[in-house]
Ligand binder design. Structure first.
Ligand SMILES: Cc1cc2nc3c(=O)[nH]c(=O)nc-3n(C[C@H](O)[C@H](O)[C@H](O)COP(=O)(O)OP(=O)(O)OC[C@H]3O[C@@H](n4cnc5c(N)ncnc54)[C@H](O)[C@@H]3O)c2cc1C
Ligand SMILES: *[C@@H]1O[C@H](CO)[C@@H](O)[C@H](O)[C@H]1NC(C)=O
Ligand SMILES: *[C@@H]1O[C@H](CO)[C@@H](O)[C@H](O)[C@H]1NC(C)=O
Ligand SMILES: *[C@@H]1O[C@H](CO)[C@@H](O)[C@H](O)[C@H]1NC(C)=O
Ligand SMILES: *[C@@H]1O[C@H](CO)[C@@H](O)[C@H](O)[C@H]1NC(C)=O
Ligand SMILES: *[C@@H]1O[C@H](CO)[C@@H](O)[C@H](O)[C@H]1NC(C)=O
Ligand SMILES: *[C@@H]1O[C@H](CO)[C@@H](O)[C@H](O)[C@H]1NC(C)=O
Ligand SMILES: *[C@@H]1O[C@H](CO)[C@@H](O)[C@H](O)[C@H]1NC(C)=O
Ligand SMILES: *[C@@H]1O[C@H](CO)[C@@H](O)[C@H](O)[C@H]1NC(C)=O
Ligand SMILES: *[C@@H]1O[C@H](CO)[C@@H](O)[C@H](O)[C@H]1NC(C)=O
Ligand SMILES: *[C@@H]1O[C@H](CO)[C@@H](O)[C@H](O)[C@H]1NC(C)=O
Length: 611
C-alpha cells in the first residue's frame, strides 16, 4: 500500500521531482509482515487510546510489560535480524564476563579518534547524559517505531551521537541507529517551486566529511557541518545547522527541498513545500527526534566556492615571558602581548565590532577568549570570507588592523598565501567522548548599531570571562534573505535570523564526575552570568544544538514564536509521544527519573510528568 502510494507520487511529480526515494527507502513494512507479528502493526485510524500508552511510564528492563526474550526474537525477525543488544565498549575493561585485557588495551591506546565511538551503536560523545554507565538496548531501522509505540517502549534515535544535550541516548530504550544509511544521489536539473538547479539527495547517516568528499568529486558546494564527524542530516539539519558558508548560502535546514520521513504512526512519507507542509516546516529547525525519523533529504547544490581566512591572536599576561617579549610591537615567540588589560578588552571589542562587516560580506567569525588565571587572558579570532581572493580579503580586513593599531595593538594584517575551497577531502576523525558542556545566547544585529548596547554586551562577556569562564563566539548571518526559498518559511529559531553573534560560555568543570548537587551548583553559577546576557537581549534565544539542556524557558529560547505551532504539529502527528528528547516540542509532558537526581541525565526511566 505504502509502496503503491509512493509510486503514485513518483508518477505525478516525475517531471518536477527527479529524486524521490533512495533505494533503501523502497523497503517498507507491509500487511504480510504485520500478520506475522502484530506488535509491529500500524495504529488503527482513530487510535489515540493505545492501552499500553496509558501507563505512567515507558516500560523499562524489569518492568512487568517489558518485551520477553521471545518478543525481542520475533521483533528481530521482523527487521531481518538487525536488532543489536550491545555492551558499552568500556565493558571489556571491567572485571566480569566481558573482561578482555587486549580489547581494553586497544580501546585505551588505539581508539583515539571519535571514529571508533561514532561507529559504535551505543556511545554518545557527551558522557554525562548516560550517567557513565550506558545500558540501553539498541537496534537499527525497520519496524522499530511501531514496535516501540505498540509496546510502550522509550524510543530514541542515534545518528552520530554528537548531541550536547543527551538527545540521542536513553536508558532502557529501543534506539534507531541511522549511522549506516549512507546513500547519495546527485541530480543536475531539478525544479521545484522557486528552485531550479542541481540537487543532492543523501541518506540520514551521511556525515559531513562524507559529503565533503562528494563535493570534491563533483566540484560543487553542499552545505555541511564545519566539523567532519557531525551528521549532515540528523540533529544538525533539523535544528538549523551553521557552517563556514552560512552567511552566504544559509543554514543547513535552509537547503532542504524535500525530506523523506517515517512518522509516529510508522508510515513513510515525503514532506516538501506542497505535501505534508506541516512536517516540512517542523523538520527544518523544529529539532530532531520530535516529529519522525528522517531517512533522507534532498538539498540544494551550489557552485564550488573558495574561502580566504584571516586570523588575529593576542594576549595580556600579568607575568609575560619577559625574555621573549619585545614591547616595541608586543611580539614574542608565544604570540602578541598587549601592554595592559584595558587594551586587551578594547582589542577584543574591536574584533567583534568589525566582524559584523565580515558577516554582511557573507563570511563568518570564530573566536575564543580564555581566562588564564591571575587576571591574564588570551584572545584568538578568525574571519573566513567566502568568494574573496587573498588580496581582496587582505584589503577587506585592513580597517580592523588600523583600528587595532590606534588602540595600541600593533599586530600586522597578514595576506593569506592562498584560499581554499569550501569542502575538502577528509577521513572523519575527531575527538574522543568528553564532558564539554556549555550555555549560549544569540546577540542580535541591532546591538551593533547602538553603541551603548554594544558596549554593554561586550562588558557582560568580559565579566563572565573575568569570573573564569571560557568564551566562544561565532559570528554568522543566517538571515531570511540569505535563507531564500523555501528556507525562510521554516521552524528555525527566529532569533537566529536576526543574530550576528552566537555567544557560548563553557562550564568550568569538564571532568563529568561531579555529583548531582555539584552540577546544580555549577548550573546556578554559570547562569548568574548568562542571566545578564539574557536581560540584555530580551526576546532573543539560543541555538538548540549548541546550548545547555538546562536552558530556562527553553520553549521560547529555542523556538521563539514558532513554539505554539510546533507543539500543535507534535500533538497532531505524534499524539502518543512516541518520539521524545529533552527540550523539544511536547517534551515537557515527560521526565527522566534517575536514581541520583543528576540533572538532565538520560540514565533513568521515562515517565509522564504528574500534574
Ligand atoms: C565536535 C562537534 C562539532 C560540531 N560542529 C557543529 C557545527 O559546525 N555547526 C553546528 O551547527 N553544530 C555543530 N555541532 C552541534 C551539532 O549540530 C549537534 O551536536 C547535532 O545534534 C548533531 O547531530 P547528529 O545527528 O550528528 O547527532 P546525534 O547526537 O546522533 O543526534 C542529534 C539529535 O538528532 C536526532 N536525530 C538524529 N538523526 C535523526 C533522524 N534521522 N531523524 C530524526 N531525528 C534524528 C537525535 O535523536 C538527537 O535528538 C557540533 C557538535 C560537536 C560535538
Ligand atoms: C512484503 O515485504 C516483504 C519484504 O519485507 C516481501 O518479501 C513481500 O513480498 C511483501 N509482500 C507484499 C504483499 O508486498
Ligand atoms: C474516525 O474519526 C473520524 C473523524 O473524527 C470519524 O468520521 C470516523 O467515523 C472515525 N472512525 C472510526 C472507526 O471511529
Ligand atoms: C538478531 O538476529 C540476528 C540474525 O539472526 C542475530 O545475529 C542477532 O544476534 C540478533 N540480535 C539479538 C539482539 O538477538
Ligand atoms: C595499536 O597501537 C599500537 C601503538 O600505539 C600499535 O603498535 C598497534 O599495532 C595498534 N593495534 C591495532 C590493532 O591497530
Ligand atoms: C569547478 O567549479 C567552479 C565554479 O563553478 C568553476 O569555475 C571551475 O571551472 C570548475 N572546475 C572544474 C575542474 O570543472
Ligand atoms: C622564547 O620562548 C620560547 C618558548 O618558551 C623558547 O623556546 C625560546 O627559546 C625563547 N627565546 C628566547 C630568545 O628567549
Ligand atoms: C597566580 O599567582 C600565584 C602567585 O604568583 C601562583 O601561585 C598561582 O599559581 C597563579 N595562578 C595561576 C592560575 O596562574
Ligand atoms: C601603527 O601605526 C603607526 C603610526 O601610524 C605606524 O608607525 C606603525 O607602523 C603601525 N604599525 C603597524 C604594525 O601597523
Ligand atoms: C615585531 O618586531 C620584530 C622585531 O623587530 C619583527 O621581527 C616582527 O615582525 C614584528 N612583529 C609584528 C607583528 O609587527
Ligand atoms: C581555490 O583554492 C585552490 C586551493 O588553494 C586554488 O588552487 C584555486 O586556484 C582557488 N581558486 C580560486 C578561484 O581562487
Amino acid at each position: 500500500m505504502l509502496l503503491y502510494q509512493s509510486f503514485i507520487l513518483l508518477a505525478i511529480f516525475v517531471v518536477r521531482l527527479a529524486a524521490v526515494l533512495l533505494p533503501f527507502e523502497f523497503i517498507q513494512l507491509n500487511a504480510t509482515d504485520i500478520e506475522k507479528f502484530p506488535d509491529i502493526g500500524f495504529p488503527s485510524p482513530n487510535d489515540t487510546t493505545n492501552v499500553h500508552a496509558l501507563s505512567d511510564c515507558r516500560e523499562f528492563p524489569g518492568s512487568s510489560k517489558w518485551p520477553s526474550t521471545e518478543d525481542w526474537r520475533r521483533f528481530n525477525g521482523s527487521i531481518d535480524g538487525a536488532l543489536l543488544q550491545p555492551l558499552p565498549p568500556g565493558a571489556v575493561c571491567y572485571k566480569g564476563s566481558s573482561y578482555d585485557e587486549q580489547k581494553c588495551q586497544y580501546l585505551l591506546r588505539n581508539a583515539t579518534s571519535s571514529r571508533f565511538y561514532i561507529d559504535d551503536p551505543l556511545t554518545v560523545l557527551s558522557e554525562w547524559p548516560t550517567g557513565s554507565t550506558c545500558l540501553p538496548n539498541l537496534s537499527p531501522t525497520g519496524n522499530s517505531i511501531n514496535f516501540a509505540r505498540n509496546r510502550n517502549l522509550r524510543l530514541v534515535i542515534k545518528n552520530t551521537g554528537h548531541d550536547f544535550g543527551g538527545r540521542s541516548t536513553g536508558a532502557g530504550a529501543l534506539s534507531i541507529w541511522t549511522h549506516n544509511l549512507k546513500e547519495f544521489q546527485y541530480t543536475q536539473g531539478y525544479s521545484i517551486g522557486e528552485y531550479d538547479g542541481p540537487v543532492a539527495q543523501y541518506a540520514a547517516g551521511t556525515e559531513s566529511w562524507e559529503l565533503m568528499n562528494r563535493m570534491v568529486d563533483l566540484n560543487v558546494t553542499i552545505i555541511a557541518p564545519g566539523v567532519g564527524t557531525v551528521g549532515a542530516v540528523g540533529g544538525w539539519l533539523s535544528g538549523g545547522g551553521h557552517t563556514t558558508v552560512t552567511s552566504t548560502f544559509g543554514l543547513g535546514s535552509d537547503q532542504a527541498l524535500s525530506i523523506n520521513v517515517v512518522t509516529a504512526n510508522g508510515k513513510f512519507i515525503t514532506a516538501d513545500p506542497y505535501n505534508n507542509k506541516d512536517l516540512f516546516f517542523a523538520l527544518r529547525g523544529g529539532a530532531g527526534s520530535t516529529f519522525g525519523v528522517v531517512t533522507s533529504v534532498t538539498a540544494k547544490v551550489h557552485p564550488r566556492i573558495n574561502v580566504t581566512s584571516s586570523s588575529l591572536n593576542f594576549a595580556f599576561d600579568r607575568n609575560p615571558p619577559a625574555s621573549n617579549v619585545s614591547f616595541g610591537n608586543g611580539t614574542s615567540a608565544l604570540g602578541y602581548y598587549v601592554k595592559d588589560v584595558e587594551t586587551f578588552w578594547r582589542g577584543a571589542s574591536l574584533y567583534y565590532l568589525f566582524t559584523k562587516k565580515v558577516v554582511e560580506a557573507g563570511g563568518i567569525g570564530f573566536s575564543y577568549i580564555y581566562p588564564l588565571g591571575n587576571g591574564s587572558f588570551r584572545f584568538t579570532g578568525s574571519s573566513s570570507l567566502p568568494g574573496k581572493t587573498p588580496d581582496q580579503a587582505y584589503n577587506f580586513m585592513q580597517p580592523l588592523y588600523d583600528d587595532l593599531n590606534h588602540t595600541g595593538i600593533a599586530v600586522r594584517n597578514v595576506r593569506a598565501a592562498q584560499s581554499f575551497p569550501y569542502g575538502s577531502r577528509g577521513s572523519g576523525r575527531g575527538a574522543v567522548p568528553n564532558n564539554r558542556r556549555y550555555t549560549s545566547r544569540l546577540f542580535p544585529r541591532t546591538h551593533w548599531d547602538d553603541t551603548k548596547l554594544f558596549q554593554q554586551s561586550m562588558a557582560a562577556i568580559q565579566t563572565a570571562v573575568e569570573a573564569g569562564y571560557t568564551f566562544h563566539g561565532t559570528l554568522n548571518g543566517p538571515g531570511s534573505e540569505i535563507a531564500g526559498w523555501p528556507g525562510k518559511d521554516s521552524a528555525v529559531n527566529p532569533a537566529w535570523r536576526v543574530a550576528v553573534l552566537h555567544a557560548m560560555l563553557f562550564y568550568k568543570d569538564t571532568t563529568g564526575i561531579q555529583t548531582a548537587l555539584e552540577t546544580r551548583e555549577s548550573e546556578a553559577d554559570i547562569n548568574r552570568y548568562m542571566d545578564t546576557w539574557r536581560q540584555l537581549t530580551p526576546g532573543s534565544g539560543a541555538y538548540i544544538n549548541e546550548a545547555d539542556p538546562a536552558e530556562p524557558n527553553w520553549q521560547q529560547s529555542f523556538f521563539g514564536e514558532h513554539y505554539p505551532r510546533l507543539l500543535s504539529i507534535k500533538k497532531d502527528r505524534d499524539p502518543l509521544g512516541v518520539f521524545w528528547a529533552p527540550t523539544t516540542a511536547g517534551s515537557e509532558d515527560w521526565e527522566v527519573r534517575t536514581a541520583d537526581g543528576y540533572p538532565h541525565s538520560q540514565n533513568g526511566r521515562l515517565c509522564r510528568v504528574q500534574h
